[in-house]
Write a protein that binds this ligand. Structure first.
Ligand code: URP
Ligand code: ZN
Ligand code: ZN
Length: 530
C-alpha cells in the first residue's frame, strides 16, 4: 500500500471512530426522540446521504397514484419510475405496502408569536421538529408587524427563523394603514418573497382592522398580485359579547365560546367576501370554524367568486364540549378564535372538504403552555388564544378523512400539500413528487397505529388538545430536502438547515382577473357625456 493509501485508510478509521462516538452522543442526547446534537447526526451511516432510493411503495400525487420507485439526489427528485436501478452507495428505503406522498405543507402556523401579552411556546426549531415528526415538511408562518411596521416585523421573523430545520415561508399581517405600510407591502412582494397578507377582523385593540383598512389592503393586494387573507369575526360584536359574559358573571373559558357565536364568524366572512368582490381580488378565509362561514364561502364560490376556505384540524375533528370542563387547565387549552364549535359544524366542514367546497387544511398551530393560559384564570378574555396541531395534522386528517372513506389518498395529498403549493404559487417545486421537485416526502404505513400525547409529542407545549387519540396510518419516515429526518420514531435534524421559500406573486387565482376588470369597465356605460 502506497503512502496515499495508508493515509486514506487512516482517515477512514478515524472517521469510523468519530462516527461511533457521534452515534453515542446522538442516542445519548435524545429528548422525545429529538437528536439535539444536530451535527453529530450527520455521521449516521447513510441517513444524510445525498442519494436516496425510495423503493416499492405506492407513490401518490394529487392527480395520480402509481407503483414506482423514487430516486433522489442532492435534495431533489430525479426520477419517478418502476424498478429504478442504482449504485451500491445509494441508501435504499423500502416502502413496500406503504404510501409515499409529498410532505405536508401547513399553510397556517404561529411560531414565536407575540400575542395577548405572551409568546407561543414553540420556536422555529421546536415547532418544526414537531412538524417533521408528523410528516409536515414546510409551513407558512404569519409575520406580525412591529409597531405597525411590516419591514421591522419581517426582519424580526427572518432572525427568529434562522434556527429552522425545515423549509418555511411567510404571510404578512397588516394591522395599520399608512404610506409606509403600502410601500412595505410592495417591497415585501417584489423583493422578499411574500405573496399573501392577513387582515384580522377581530382582536379589538390589538390586531383588529376596520373596513376602511380592509378595502385599502385588498386594493393593494390586487395591485401586487398578493392573496388577501382574513381572520373573519366581527371584532366589535365580540367585544360586546365579552362584556355581556362578564356582566353575567361568566368568567371561565366557556365565556370565550359564548361571547363569539358562529353568527359573528358568518357575518365577517360575508363582509370580507363582499369587499373582495367589490375590489375584484381573490380572498383566502383562514381557520374556517363554522357552518355559518362555510355557507358564505360556498355561496360566493357558486357565484364564481375566487374564495379559498381553510378549515383547520381543530375545526374538523374537535367540538366545543371540553370548554365546559370544570378543570380550568383542560378547558383553557381549547380556547382559540374563532372558537371550536358545537358538534355538527365539524362534520359539515369535513363534508365540504371532501367535495372540494373547502380547499386545504391548516392547523393554526399557536401553542401556549398551561401556565401561559393561566393568565386568564379569573377572566377568559386574558387566556391567550391558540391550540396545537402542527405535529398532528397529517395523522388526524388521514384517520378522520381517509380511514372513514370520505376522501381518496390522492385527495389527501391535495388537501394536505398540493393545494397549498398551488395557492401560494410554489407548485411543483413543493406539493408534488415529480422530477425536479424538492424531495420533501413522507412514507405512511396505513396499517401502523399512532397515539397522541403531550408526554410523547415533540412540540414544547405541555398539553395537547388531541390527547389520547389513537388512530391508524402512521408517518414512519419523513424526508426533508432529500434527507431522512424522521425514522424509527427518531428525529435527525439540524438547526439552521431549513430554507426560506420565496413565494412569487400572481398565482393562478389571479389568472384572468384583468379580463374580469375589463368586462366590468365596459359594462358601466359611463361616464355619460351630456
Ligand atoms: O386562536 C387563535 N386562532 N390564535 C392564533 C391567532 C389567529 O387568530 O390566527
Ligand atoms: Zn386568526
Ligand atoms: Zn392563526
Amino acid at each position: 500500500m502506497g503512502q496515499s493509501g495508508i493515509m486514506s485508510c487512516r482517515m477512514e478509521i478515524l472517521l469510523l471512530i468519530i462516527c461511533a462516538f457521534c452515534l453515542q452522543i446522538n442516542y445519548g442526547s435524545q429528548e422525545n426522540g429529538i437528536c439535539t446534537a444536530a451535527e453529530e447526526c450527520q455521521c449516521m451511516d447513510k441517513t444524510s446521504s445525498s442519494k436516496l432510493l425510495n423503493k416499492g411503495g405506492t407513490v401518490v400525487n394529487a392527480d395520480r397514484q402509481q407503483q414506482a420507485d423514487i430516486y433522489i439526489e442532492d435534495g431533489v427528485v430525479v426520477e419517478v419510475q418502476p424498478n429504478i436501478k442504482v449504485a451500491d452507495e445509494v441508501r435504499v428505503l423500502d416502502a413496500t405496502g406503504k404510501y409515499v406522498m409529498p410532505g405536508g405543507i401547513d399553510p397556517h402556523t404561529h411560531l414565536e408569536f407575540p400575542f395577548m401579552g405572551q409568546e407561543t411556546i414553540d420556536d422555529f426549531f421546536s415547532g418544526q421538529a414537531a412538524a417533521l415528526a408528523g410528516g409536515t415538511t414546510m409551513h407558512i408562518d404569519f409575520v406580525i408587524p412591529i409597531n405597525g411596521s411590516l419591514a421591522a416585523g419581517f426582519e424580526a421573523y427572518a432572525k427568529k427563523a434562522e434556527k429552522s430545520c425545515m423549509d418555511y415561508g411567510f404571510h404578512m399581517a397588516v394591522t395599520t394603514w399608512n404610506e409606509g405600510v403600502s410601500r412595505d407591502m410592495e417591497i415585501l412582494v417584489k423583493e422578499k418573497g411574500i405573496n399573501s397578507f392577513k387582515f384580522f377582523m377581530a382582536y379589538k385593540g390589538e390586531l383588529m382592522v376596520k373596513d376602511e383598512l380592509l378595502l385599502q389592503g385588498f386594493k393593494m393586494c390586487k395591485a401586487l398580485g398578493a392573496l388577501a387573507q382574513v381572520h373573519a369575526e366581527n371584532g366589535e360584536a365580540v367585544a360586546e359579547g365579552q362584556s355581556r359574559m362578564i356582566e353575567l358573571g361568566i368568567t371561565g373559558p366557556e365565556g370565550h365560546t359564548l361571547s363569539r357565536p358562529s353568527m359573528l364568524e358568518g357575518e365577517a366572512t360575508a363582509r370580507a367576501i363582499r369587499l373582495a368582490q367589490f375590489v375584484n381580488t381573490p380572498l383566502y378565509v383562514v381557520h374556517v370554524m363554522s357552518i355559518d362561514a362555510l355557507d358564505e364561502i360556498v355561496r360566493a364560490r357558486q357565484s364564481g367568486q375566487r374564495v379559498i376556505g381553510e378549515p383547520i384540524v381543530a375545526s374538523l375533528v374537535l367540538d366545543d364540549s371540553k370548554i365546559w370542563d370544570p378543570d380550568f387547565t383542560i378547558a383553557a387549552k381549547y380556547v382559540m378564535s374563532p372558537p371550536i364549535r358545537a358538534s355538527g359544524h365539524n362534520k359539515a366542514l369535513q363534508a365540504a372538504l371532501s367535495t372540494g367546497l373547502l380547499q386545504l387544511v391548516g392547523t393554526d398551530h399557536c401553542p401556549f403552555n398551561s401556565t401561559q393560559k393561566e393568565a386568564g384564570i379569573i377572566d377568559f378574555r386574558k387566556i391567550p388564544n391558540g391550540v396545537n396541531g402542527i405535529e398532528e395534522r397529517m395523522h388526524l386528517i388521514w384517520d378522520v378523512m381517509v380511514n372513514s372513506g370520505q376522501i381518496s389518498v390522492m385527495d389527501y395529498v391535495r388537501i394536505t400539500s398540493t393545494a397549498c403549493a398551488h395557492i401560494f404559487n410554489i407548485y411543483p417545486r413543493k406539493g408534488a413528487i415529480l422530477p425536479n421537485s424538492d424531495a420533501d416526502i413522507i412514507i405512511l404505513n396505513p396499517n401502523a397505529t399512532f397515539q397522541i400525547s403531550a408526554k410523547s409529542h415533540h412540540s414544547k407545549i405541555d398539553t395537547n388538545v388531541y390527547e389520547g387519540w389513537e388512530g391508524k396510518g402512521k408517518v414512519e419516515v419523513t424526508i426533508s430536502r432529500g434527507k431522512v429526518v424522521w425514522e424509527h420514531d427518531r428525529l435527525m435534524i439540524e438547526r439552521g438547515s431549513g430554507r426560506y421559500i420565496s413565494m412569487p406573486p400572481f398565482g393562478y387565482l389571479f389568472d384572468g382577473m384583468d379580463k374580469i376588470d375589463s368586462a366590468y369597465l365596459s359594462s358601466l356605460k359611463a361616464p355619460v357625456y351630456r
